[in-house]
Design a protein around this ligand. Structure first.
Ligand code: SF4
Ligand code: SF4
Length: 314
């Protein structure tokens, strides 16, 4: 039988001292791979489950050695009125690593690595005293962390064995079986609800929301603590009917603790050239701080006035 700690998965970052990914100070482990293609995504490096490449545009001197060796045409040096720039498009990359080996500046890096459960947990445990003092722990994020379901489950199981508080930030776009398997090892789900209109959901994420909402209801039926985290994109889902539908879900589901809106930012746009993902992602208008605060205040008022609140107060 496979020893749990030796199970491997592909991750692209382990970020320390996170304060927005659940309670207290946390270490967030980012797993590669996502079944959705949200047009506003800012974690583009997490879309593919495979280990990829990253271009350090500061280090690159535009010498052209990578484009000479790449038989798939992934590296283009483009000269125009604004100067010379390096465009990397990994659509046809076969991961031969020839460009990495040829670059004299070490400007092409590997994005992502395969790690065992033991390796990840060992790194997470370095900050145990911070978790203990702040009520923090480990959060799994992505990509969609539950896409690597068996690895995510093994990580969470091991984290609980060593006494860590666990959160999973999920889009819910996985099978019901995966949700049910990981649930016993998760203290808090940070559950993304991106759209409440089916046609809009399909248009902007590439998938139906039906399984996602079903998984949200399954977690609620299992009595798991859930925080809804909802990206709000100007011109896409900043409408009153969407806010009302979010509050209706909150009212319906006993174990949903609250709704946190996540205003759009455009960090993903700069990553397109860095990770060779020319064909993904769109840019939208970035809301002002006042506008974003107005959305959250609006939701908070609706939550405050909701039937669920009145029931709790009785
Ligand atoms: S690793 Fe990909 S981008 Fe680099 S040379 Fe090989 S095919 Fe081209
Ligand atoms: S080989 Fe390295 S320095 Fe030269 S163009 Fe490619 S990435 Fe830039």
């Amino acid at each position: 039988m496979e020893y749990l700690g030796q199970k491997t998965g592909v991750i692209f970052n382990i970020q320390k001292f996170c304060i927005d990914d659940g309670p207290g100070i946390r270490t967030t482990v980012f797993l590669k791979g996502c079944p959705l293609r949200c047009t506003w995504c800012h974690n583009l490096e997490g879309l593919s489950q495979k280990v990829g490449l990253e271009l350090d545009t500061i280090q690159c001197t535009h010498c052209g050695k990578c484009s000479e060796v790449c038989k798939e045409g992934c590296h283009q040096l483009i000269q125009d009125l604004s100067g010379i720039r390096h465009e990397m498009d990994l659509t046809h990359c076969i991961h031969c690593k020839a460009c990495l080996e040829q670059c004299p500046q070490a400007a092409i890096l590997v994005c992502g690595s395969e790690k065992t459960v033991d390796e990840v947990i060992e790194e997470v445990l370095v900050d145990r005293k911070f978790y203990e003092n702040s009520g923090g722990g480990m959060t799994l994020s992505g990509g969609e962390p539950l896409l690597q379901g068996a690895f995510a489950q093994a990580l969470l199981e091991r984290a609980k064995e060593v006494g860590l508080h666990t959160c999973v930030e999920t889009s819910g776009a996985v099978s019901a079986q995966v949700i049910e398997k990981v649930a016993p090892f998760v203290d808090l789900f940070l559950f993304d609800i991106k759209e409440t209109d089916e046609a809009q959901h399909i248009h902007y994420t590439g998938q139906s929301y039906k399984q996602i909402h079903e998984n949200l209801r399954t977690l609620n039926a299992l009595g798991k603590a859930i925080r809804m985290r909802c990206p709000i994109i100007p011109g896409v889902n900043d409408r009153e009917s969407h806010f009302d539908a979010l509050v209706a879900l909150y009212e319906e589901l006993e174990y949903v603790e609250g709704i946190q809106l996540m205003p759009y930012h455009d960090l993903g746009i700069g990553k397109k050239s860095r990770y060779g993902l020319k064909k993904v992602g769109e840019s939208f208008r970035v809301p002002s701080q006042e506008e974003a605060q107005g959305w959250q205040d609006n939701i908070d008022r609706k939550v405050e006035a909701s039937h669920k609140k009145q029931l709790i107060n009785k």
